[in-house]
Design a protein around this ligand. Sequence first.
Ligand code: ZN
Length: 340
Amino acid sequence: MRKRRFSAGVSASPPGRWSREAPAMTAREGRPLDRPIILPGHDSDNRALPFAIEGMDVRGRAVRLGTAVDAIVTAHAYPPAVAGLLAETLALTALLGSLLKEDGVITVQAKGSTRAPIDFLVADFSTPGDLRGYATLHAGPDDVPPAEDAALGELLGAEGTLVITLDQGARGQRYQGVVPLDAPDLATAAESYFSRSEQIPTALRLAAGRDAVSGHWRARGIMIQHLARGGASGPAASEVEQENWRRARLLMESVRREELLDPQLDLETILFRLFHEDGVRVFEPIGIAPRCRCSRARLRDVIARFSAADRAEITIGGEIVARCQFCGKTYHFDPAEFEG
Ligand SMILES: [Zn+2]
């Protein structure tokens, strides 16, 4: 019964798209499969999966980042707590980016208090699925709490802020929301962004950690939003709708960190475990890759805006060397390029 509900949602997608998952979901004991089951945890990484909970007016996204997040985080030598928070921020950014209906960029920035170990942390997602990010520290690595899962306040201080910016390239629209980082974790801070800035009831879970065997970073996230029929959500929604939302929220919050990070559990399995009683339908996943938008031309434009005196100051050994903070790539310029 439960399995049938889930596979009904899956088979509603265009045929063939779910051929990898379908045999694993529907196979019965003793019946030989006509194709091999691919164990989850490998090619199901690096994607965001849109889903809907049938009958509850709830839409959501789940994201699973493996090599994509590991490549971004390990491009820099961060203390484990900073790497962990950056990995969670990347999962949050991918969740938000996967909501974009047209071309654009979502940027998530966390600014630390003056005395906090982290000065600045940023991740951005540009359509269709390019992800990047980096962090800068106020102090040396010795001043960062040693635990991989240090609390948000320990890393960003009590007066940190979370800034979420949406740039929609084609129309040139820009929207920015700022919320204080006075929450116990990043997911809670992001929820308060949604309730203050977007007024859409939203619940989020984020997790990041290193694989016990390989040591590779991975990050996961689940987000649900209440989009009630007729457009009424929040306090304006009917009692039944509000009850549905409370229930969906409780179900989502029942997911444990270890479950989210378990390499053997793919997103479909986690969603099925959480919401099978109400019927969950999944849609076409969005592929996510670690890709930086830096280019020689962009950095050249930045340097061209400097005064001649400032350019002279950064000229060392007859050249200007600029390094992309996101990916670490270096670009070399001849100062003569900027004269005249
Ligand atoms: Zn770059």
